[in-house]
Design a protein around this ligand. Sequence first.
Ligand SMILES: [Mn+2]
Length: 357
Amino acid sequence: MKMILRWFPNGDDSVTLQQIKQTPGVTGVATCLPQIPVGEVWPLEVLEALKKEINDAGLEMEVIESVNIHEDIKKGLPEREQYIQNYIKTLENISKVGVKCLCYNFMPVIDWARSDLEHPLADGSTAMAYRHEEVIKMNPATMADVMASKAKGYSLPGWEPERLGAMAQDIEFYKNMSTETYWENMKYFLDAVIPYAEKYDIKMAIHPDDPPWPLYDLPKVITNIENVRKFLSLNESVYNGLTICSGSLGSSLDNDIPEIIKEFSGQGRVHFAHIRNLKHLNEKDFDECAHLSQCGDLDMFEIVKAYHDTDYTGYIRPDHGRMLWGEKARPGYGLYDRALGANYLLGLWEAIGKMKK
Ligand SMILES: [Mn+2]
């Protein structure tokens, strides 16, 4: 297991590589090139410069999160051929700089959704929150405005301005597409790309849909254990794998996260773990919270133990953190709460390992 933190380059992060390096037990970062428009090839020379910057800080760059998938691939349009070729070229380039794992998602139009990015918690910290009625009352463009207004000037991954322009049109497009066709488009992408992931030795790790239920009549696919089984069966290569995000899947109270980890990590199909906690107010409303079991609904001991028991060798990162101690940062991605989370998870990992001796 390798503990990493997400980090955004080009000055688009309040957290420095030096701060990450000083976080005990953290050996690398999951990073990205947000300046490259979705669908374009990631240039090798830009990747080499990024790798040098990260390595010079004493950290590894083995995980990319994420290379976004062009909407034409998800829609199954003829233009997907070119975008798939570009994706394969990007795989080749990231392999040349030593990347081993690629986290991506296959959510249509809208990436993750929250109704508030700085919801006050009882202890005076703030966290991202989701209120289902508020989200479905907002149209997606309004939500984009809400997201942007609370982002503290940082870019929000998944809410890149270029994807917002065509949002209304894209939502309309999917109204005429069955979920089954959406699955077929996903399989088409996987069958084209996975042989190259094998060739370049990059583990593809799809991130679950967040939240794991339909919004605005858009298809949702990576939402529960049955659908994850279906996804993995679309292409049986071990390179067609998962990012298990405890918070995204855990937003649905029907999902038993330790069971999901045991099944798929046991099969060697989990390559990246996002671990965070959340606290439900009811079935579809929740606040994000500190990582500790006692702060939320998820049992972090059981989650970490499920990875440990299945001899997990992939990457783990604490997921979103709260804003605390006066920190100003991209929502979910401050330093303090994620550093606390990383060390809590490392403590559980150490204790579970030593109890087995
Ligand atoms: Mn996640």
